[in-house]
Design a protein around this ligand. Structure first.
Ligand code: BES
Ligand code: ZN
Length: 419
């Protein structure tokens, strides 16, 4: 793979920072020992290194979305691999609230159009006439039509979703349909404020047709916005040698993935590298210097790592020399290492070939961030953006890059604990 490493756009950084600053309710439940799972090893991949096989086995399960059976199966696989490598394991469970579309729909003349409730939309089932609002649904645009008791169909763009919805409420509408400004679905749209009326998003393809039809034909639509907050239980897999209660270093990476994405690079790669480092040190004194963690719930807002630091005592955290996080390390040739200045200095000496970033990356959007926020020195290993990020095509990684990351991580880990 020779995709050029890229860093994230400013917009993304700003959005991410906002996300990180948003307090998210996160109840740490209990830490329990989990049962022994059974997982069949694939045989056709035996010519590859174990780290690559781990990535393939995780990817073959399907998307590992937190709170789903596949995710739980993946956590059981990871746990079993650690046990085979001679480690004890604990499953740390935690719960958080997540907005999910539990089956929204929009029907016109017996034809159903794919629709998604916006995050923050009030739930609601309606049957009402559909009124097209001109332009981009500013307050003055609503003055040109009568949406009282009707469902307003509006176009995306120029002003925020929430403003369009507020304007619709003020004009007496009972529901809003937002048409995407691209052909694809309007999935994952978020209202910055919870709405009083239900709001659905539809694709540009379907929406433009419906909008045009509603201008010429009186239409009544059936509308069901069925978004709900559901409790998700995440499971961090923590591996350690018997009796080790205070590690010097935590090596971690998230194993959950986003919806629909098999998450090979993001982040079966980091999960497998951490596991590989654990295997390589298993019969050495180094194994007793670390805890190895596969974090869950990262993609929903760093819930697993936050649950971990929330459950840890200040003393436990203050005795850590560092937290090493691995996220997206199987694609793009150049290994990037960001983090706290005291640790990037060490990394620089051990890995002169890696590209180093300073503290700005310490706050980036992955599992090192909650540790950094508690004053734990961190190192973040990654290889930058790639075209398949968060898509169905995140299916492949380069085995050579996994091995290189394991080696770099191992060398730096050794240096951290002997310093
Ligand atoms: N793996 C990504 C973060 C990342 C992106 C690392 C690019 C290296 C290069 C992570 O899983 C992710 O997607 N994080 C979210 C934010 C999180 C708080 C939900 C993101 O970056 O948008
Ligand atoms: Zn990730």
């Amino acid at each position: 793979m020779s995709v050029k490493p890229q860093t994230k756009s400013w917009l993304k950084v700003v959005l991410t920072t906002t996300l990180l600053l948003t307090p998210i309710a996160c109840a740490v439940q209990n830490i329990t020992t989990a049962q022994q799972p059974t997982v069949k090893q694939k045989t056709q991949n035996q010519t590859y290194s174990q780290v690559y096989t781990d990535v393939q086995n995780l990817v073959n399960m399907g998307p590992r979305v937190a709170g789903t059976p596949i995710n739980e199966k993946a956590s059981a696989y990871i746990e079993q691999q650690y046990r085979k490598a001679g480690y004890r394991t604990r499953i740390q469970t935690f719960t958080y609230s997540k907005f999910r579309d539990a089956g929204s729909s929009l029907t016109v003349d017996g034809t159903t159009i794919k629709a998604n409730a916006l995050f923050g939309s009030a739930p609601g089932k309606l049957s009402a006439r559909l009124v097209a609002v001109p332009n981009k649904a500013r307050a003055e645009d609503f003055a040109k039509v009568n949406v009282k008791g009707a469902i307003a169909i509006v176009k995306r763009g120029e002003i925020r979703f929430t403003q369009k919805v507020d304007n619709a409420v003020n004009a007496g509408a009972v529901g809003v349909v937002i048409v995407n400004n691209k052909s694809g679905n309007l999935a994952g749209g978020t209202l910055t404020q919870k709405s009083k009326i239900p709001v659905l998003g539809i694709s540009g393809d379907d929406g433009d047709k419906l909008y045009a039809r509603s201008l010429t034909t009186p239409l009544t639509i059936n509308f069901n916005a069925n978004g709900q907050n559901v409790d998700v239980t995440g499971r961090n897999v923590i591996a350690f040698q018997e009796g080790v209660t205070q590690p010097k270093v935590i090596l971690g990476g998230h194993f959950d993935s986003v919806e629909l994405a098999p998450g090979a690079n993001d982040n079966a790669s980091g999960t497998a590298v951490v596991l590989d480092i654990a295997r390589k040190v298993s019969n050495t004194p180094l194994a007793r210097q670390a805890w190895f963690i596969a974090f869950d719930g990262e993609e929903d807002g760093l819930h697993g790592s936050r649950a971990f630091v929330d459950a840890a005592t200040p003393q436990f955290l203050s005795e850590l020399k560092g937290m090493m996080n691995f996220d997206m390390v199987g694609v793009n040739d150049k290994l990037l290492i960001g983090g706290s200045s005291e640790l990037t200095k060490i990394a620089q000496v051990v890995q002169p070939k890696a590209q180093l970033f300073g503290a700005s990356y310490a706050n980036g959007a992955s599992d090192h961030a909650p540790f950094a926020a508690r004053g734990v020195p961190i190192l973040f290993f990654y290889r930058g953006m790639e075209p398949n990020y968060h898509s169905r095509n995140d299916k492949t990684v380069d085995p050579k890059l996994l091995d290189e990351t394991t080696q770099a991580g191992l060398d730096i880990f050794k240096r951290l604990v002997t310093n």
